[in-house]
Every structure is written in structure tokens, then in C-alpha cells.
Design a protein around this ligand. Structure first.
Ligand code: PMV
Length: 306
């Protein structure tokens, strides 16, 4: 078994983050940035992160494998860590797929997803389950958590290709996803009517993205991205610093939104950027010492690498 390798994609949320925790829908897409996890012999142990260790052990436990087999893991990843691109979900899904294979069970995405969701709970408290689902199944997913035990999702076959998308990292948020979810929860409890109104607007946006991807309506991607960003700013999950950066990018005719939990005090994670002519942003990005990474959407979910 050492040498066994699995990979899973990172994800972006086109629309619906935070609202999805309250049962509103979200539109997710897998990305071309991936993570590989390889099974190695324990004496070659090199990686260490407490969450990775937890995920590895929890996946083994879930598939009832005793880890007296002297196995360890090695991670290689292009997914930015802790920045809203689903790095923890990819890790959870990879560990779950590895353990399923070691347990000699048939490759089963629903089972991988279920175990990964349990692992994600350690990292995020009460996650919606959207991240592990898109990372497991890949492509585009319309996701809704109706109840803890009923999460419904549909895989979407896009009729329209979304191109000219980039990410820039506005900085790793100081707050964890769990903390940002709690931050929104406190606001919700203080003023439910106001927050519900924002969630309803986010839902309209998510439906707009859905119709665009399905080719049912010719909506402008740039307007949907900008509208979604304004609602997330109203929720308070975008920091002042990030709003300033977004403002400057918008002056250069980019459409920008955070993707994921965001961050309210410093960085807000990755920014999803659409521009008709991305070349025109190069000088600005260079002057700010930022990295602009091109991403394509809808890539394959978790898989066993040959
Ligand atoms: O962990 P992130 O940054 O990808 O955010 C997940 C999206 C949230 O809606 C904020 C939380 C959730 O559990 O869905």
C-alpha cells in the first residue's frame, strides 16, 4: 500500500457562503488547483500539522483500520491554506479516500463525503457540508443543507464556460471559518430581520449564477460577482483592508468577491476576480506584490491517482 496516492481539488463558492449555513442554497465549483496525499512508511515521516494528523487518524478509525500498519502520509498541494479555497476539505476528503481504499472497500463518493464531513466538523464546528461535497464530487454543485441529516445537492452540467477567472490572496484571515460563522450568528441573533434580508439577496444572486451557468439567462457575470460582494460586505465578513484592495481592482474594471468565510480584521482570504482583459491588471498586481493565479472551474473531484 505505501505509494498509494489520492488527489482532490480546491473549491470556490460562486455564491452563497454564510447563507448556506442557514439552509439557503450555494453554488460551488471545484478548481484546477489540487492536493495530493500519498501513503508512505512511517519512518519517512516528514509532514506535520495537527489537523492533518487528526484527519488521518479519524479516517482510519471511521473505516475501522488499526493504524499499526506503520503508515504515514505526505501532502503536496497548490491550494492556498486557510484562505477559503477548501484546503481543509480537500485534506479531509483525501484522507477519507485513502482510508476507504486501505479498508479494501469499493470506491464510493457518498461514503468518502460522509467521513470527510465528520472530519471537517473538527476544523469548523458546524460546517454546512458544502465544501467537502464539492471537493468530493467535483464539477459544479448546487448545495442546500435542509437539516443536519438531510443535505441535498445537484451536480450541474454547465452550458456556459466561465473563463477569465483569477484569484488573488488578500491575506490569510486572522479568524478561522468557525469564528467567522459565529460572528455572523451573533449578528443574526441580534437582528434576524436584517440578516435574513441579506441572505435573501444572496439567494437571488446564487440563482442568477445558476441560470448563467445553465445558460438559461444571459446575465452578466461581472454584475453578479459585484452584487454578491456588496452583500458579503454588508454581512461584515470583508475587512477594511480587503475592501480597499477590492475598490482599487474595481477601478481597473475587475469584478471581485471574496470566496468562503472571509475575515473581518485583516486579510479576507482569496479574492475571486473576473476581468475581460486580465493582462491589464498585471502592473497593478505586481506593484502590490500580489500573486495572480489563473483558475479554471469544474475539475474532477477526488480520485485515486495511478
Ligand atoms: O471554510 P471556507 O472559508 O471555505 O468557508 C466555508 C463557507 C461558509 O459558508 C462560511 C461556512 C460553511 O460551513 O458553509
Amino acid at each position: 500500500m505505501p505509494g498509494l496516492k489520492v488527489s482532490a481539488p480546491g473549491k470556490i463558492i460562486l455564491s452563497g457562503e454564510h447563507a448556506v449555513v442557514y439552509g439557503y442554497p450555494g453554488l460551488y465549483a471545484s478548481t484546477s488547483l489540487r492536493m495530493n496525499v500519498k501513503l508512505i512508511n512511517k519512518n519517512n515521516k516528514s509532514d506535520f500539522s495537527s489537523f492533518a494528523d487528526y484527519a488521518f487518524n479519524k479516517a482510519f478509525q471511521s473505516f475501522k483500520i488499526k493504524n499499526d500498519l506503520n503508515y504515514f502520509y505526505k501532502i503536496e498541494s497548490r491550494i492556498p491554506i486557510g484562505s477559503g479555497m477548501g484546503s481543509s476539505a480537500s485534506l479531509a476528503v483525501c484522507m477519507s479516500a485513502l482510508a476507504q481504499k486501505i479498508a479494501k472497500r469499493e470506491f464510493n463518493l457518498d461514503e468518502i463525503n460522509k467521513v470527510a464531513y465528520e472530519i471537517e466538523k473538527k476544523q469548523h464546528g458546524k460546517p454546512s457540508g458544502g465544501d467537502n461535497t464539492i471537493v468530493t464530487f467535483g464539477g459544479f454543485v448546487w448545495y442546500r443543507k435542509e437539516a443536519e441529516n438531510l443535505k441535498v445537492f445537484s451536480k450541474i452540467t454547465p452550458k456556459k464556460r466561465i473563463s477569465n477567472l483569477f484569484i488573488i490572496n488578500s491575506g490569510i484571515p486572522k479568524e478561522t471559518t468557525g469564528e467567522m460563522v459565529n460572528f455572523v450568528r451573533e449578528k443574526y441573533e441580534k437582528n434576524p430581520e436584517k440578516i435574513k434580508k441579506i441572505f435573501n439577496q444572496i439567494e437571488s444572486c446564487s440563482k442568477g449564477f445558476l441560470k448563467l451557468v445553465l445558460g438559461e439567462e444571459n446575465l452578466a457575470l461581472k454584475d453578479l460577482i459585484s452584487a454578491n460582494e456588496r452583500y458579503l460586505e454588508e454581512l461584515g465578513v470583508v475587512s477594511k483592508e480587503t475592501k480597499e484592495l477590492i475598490g482599487l481592482l474595481e477601478k481597473k474594471k475587475a469584478s471581485v468577491k471574496i470566496s468562503g468565510a472571509g475575515g473581518s480584521s485583516h486579510g479576507s482570504g482569496i479574492l475571486l476576480i473576473y476581468h475581460k482583459n486580465p493582462e491589464s491588471l498585471k502592473n497593478f498586481v505586481k506593484s502590490r506584490k500580489l500573486d495572480m493565479i489563473s483558475v479554471s472551474l469544474g475539475k474532477k473531484g477526488v480520485k485515486i491517482e495511478k
